[in-house]
Ligand binder design. Structure first.
Ligand SMILES: *Cc1c(COP(=O)(O)O)cnc(C)c1O
Length: 358
């Protein structure tokens, strides 16, 4: 704290990202990174940008990348916005579309960055409890609101809504901006992007951090009606005109070009998720159904904080959230089969004292 701080900074409660420690032989299953390298085609494209041209600013509109995304998702160029990771795209969406007199609605259990943006931008919000099965029930959103934001699949539960449910939500709230954060959609959920053509209130946000193994490059994007995209662009151009550098723009285009690699990598993650879920079930965990690259699980006899600490002793990192309804849960990223084996072995030894106690 310092007397030089603004009142705004005094009152902030920043988001706490999963830790990125430097430990040797670490099994890092705490931040939903992809266990596979990016496509070699992406690395080539980035290397090619490490040249004399770095002295020049990048294209502030990232037109080539937006064109590639428009073609990939079968939408028009004016329907695509790109940013420095989807966290930045989301921040612009909060400022541009989600600040109104009536409260913004989102689930009580969801991406914990949403309330952080609300405090930064002074946005009134209300949380809507998930049901007892930890699912989003769209009928619970029939109340006074200035906007709605949902992660689909939701995080950290991993549970997805169907496109039919998203359509119903959009139809029930034609006068509200509805943002669907699809950070994990490629791991088994249905994207809402095709609904953008018929629903001018829909903004869909994607990231290349998870399914494209590019968390370190910082590329996220949004798709929606041109008027919504224009709102994001107005905020972006009031904040930072060049959010994506040349290597990021080139690497992201190359990622879209290597469809075979993308399909192979996401299929592998989906299959490994099944293996991880079976391993956890074998140890007595209750595992929520997951459409993401992580699972959310709890053990009937042991606390989440206790298990996370025990795993840390074995250099296995998972995420634990010290929040009321989910205190018993662990969020575990789907890793390679070798990482899953290390996790399961560490968990079984962590569980032994309980099972052998008299
Ligand atoms: C990871 C994540 C993001 C942010 O991803 P970026 O790396 O900033 O693109 C956004 N929303 C959810 C729900 C996430 O889990």
């Amino acid at each position: 704290m310092s007397r030089f701080w603004s009142d705004l900074v005094h009152d902030l409660e920043p988001y706490v990202p999963g830790e990125q420690p430097r430990m040797s032989d670490l099994v890092k299953l705490n931040t939903n990174e992809n266990p596979f390298a990016p496509s070699p085609h992406v690395l080539d494209a980035i290397h090619a940008e490490a040249s004399e041209t770095l002295r020049l600013y990048p294209d502030p509109q990232a037109t080539a990348l937006r064109e590639a995304l428009a073609a990939y998702h079968d939408v028009r160029l004016e329907q695509v916005f790109v940013g420095n990771g989807s966290d930045e795209v989301l921040a612009h969406a909060f400022a541009a579309l989600l600040k109104h007199d009536a409260p913004l609605l989102f689930p009580d259990i969801t991406y914990s960055f949403y309330p952080v943006y609300c405090r930064l931008f002074g946005i009134a919000y209300e949380t809507v409890p998930l049901d007892d099965a930890m699912r989003i029930r769209i009928s619970d959103y029939r109340r006074r609101a200035g906007g709605i934001i949902l992660a689909n699949p939701n995080a950290p539960t991993g549970i997805a809504l169907s496109r039919q449910e998203i359509t119903a939500l959009l139809d029930e709230h034609p006068n509200l901006p509805v943002v669907i954060d699809e950070a994990y959609v490629d791991f088994g959920a249905e994207t809402a992007v095709p609904l953008a053509a018929s629903h001018p209130n829909l903004l869909v946000v994607h990231t290349m951090s998870k399914s494209r193994s590019l968390a370190g490059l910082r590329v996220g994007y949004a798709i929606g009606d041109a008027a919504l995209i224009e709102a994001l662009t107005r905020v972006k151009d009031s904040f930072n005109s060049y959010p994506l550098g040349r290597p990021a723009q080139a690497g992201a285009i190359a990622a879209l070009e290597d469809e075979a690699y993308f399909q192979q990598s996401r299929t592998f993650v989906i299959n490994s998720r099944e293996r991880l879920m079976q391993g956890l079930a074998g140890l007595g965990f209750e595992v929520l159904p997951s459409s993401a690259n992580f699972v959310f699980a709890r053990h009937p006899a042991r606390g989440g904080d206790e298990l996370a600490a025990a795993l840390r002793q074995h250099a296995v990192l998972v995420r634990h959230f010290p929040a009321p309804r989910i205190f018993d849960y662990l969020r575990i990223t789907v890793g390679t089969d070798m990482q899953t084996d290390r996790l399961i072995t560490a968990l079984s030894s962590a569980l032994i004292p309980e099972t052998t106690a008299p």
